[in-house]
Design a protein around this ligand. Sequence first.
Ligand code: PEP
Ligand code: MN
Length: 370
Amino acid sequence: MIKNLVPLKDWHSKLKDRPVIISGPCSAESEEQVLQTARKINELNKVAIFRAGIWKPRTSPSEFEGIGKIGLKWLDKVKNETDLLVAIEVANKEHVRHVLKSNVDILWIGARTTSNPFAVQEIAQSLKGTDIPILIKNPINPDIDLWVGAIERFRKQGIFKIAAIHRGFYPFERTEFRNIPKWEIPLEIKRRFFNLSLVCDPSHIAGSKDFIKIIAQRALDLDMDGLMIECHIDPEKALSDSKQQVTPNELKKLLSELVFRKSISKDKIYKSLIHQYREEIDAIDYQLLSLLSQRLNIIEKIGMQKSDKNIAIFQIRRWKEIMSSRLQFAKGLGLSEDFIKKIVQLIHEISIQKQVDIFHLKGINKKRKK
Ligand code: PEP
Ligand code: MN
């Protein structure tokens, strides 16, 4: 039997409080920069895990590619001097070899690595038999199966302390953010695994420190289990991701302004109201489903008629009329055009498919009779 994943809060006694805050520089650059940042972050008493990249996957080889394994010694000092656990990124088995000889507590897999099943497999195999927890960032492209696959690869090697990091997806169009959040994908991955903790990385989604707060707040509103926020003692001088890193003081302000939500409430009035609303929603959903079934039954009759009279299934004029009348009606109800367009389109596609199936069946029956 494959064991369940272990939630973030059970990885360590220092991770009991939700949400778990992970913070630290994009890259470890010098011993002073690492230690000064870590000391300040530690003073806030709100951060549980210190992050710093020592091997950096950069787009161009002329960019800063990380300080390398000497950074492990600096992280050791962080552990000696502060209460923080430490986390770094690994991208191949060589990195894993160095890290397993160090005192690093947690590893993370970067977005570029998650996109590459060979690399994920190599790392997962080199971690077999260890108990080190691992955070897996989403792949660059919005491909949920690739993300799921990466989690599975580690699980198959007997690693169960796994959480996912949502860092957004590569934008094919210009957007205000560096990466598009596509919130539905992290929510879907949480549905796919029992006990999968989810951490949001608003820094890499935002790409600029101005947007970190709104993204972090959205993640908390969606009940995510943690936040990973890049913080540098002097962001303007940072050798990577300079625009999106905040100072320890800015981090302090940001954390004090965020509204932390609870997953559940014991308040009796709240509980009874939510219960009542949920019953109303349940009733409406069942009505919607029976209406959809009634609609499809009528479609079946239409399909039979068209097939008997040799009429084409798709009727462009009727389709245009359906869409415009439904949009008009929906507008009067205050429903968003985008939402209704998607629903009407989907219902229409299913209705066409249903008629195609009927044509096909009738065709087969005709042949049999001959
Ligand atoms: C990072 O965390 O600094 C990093 C390189 O992130 P990502 O893999 O999300 O691009
Ligand atoms: Mn970064």
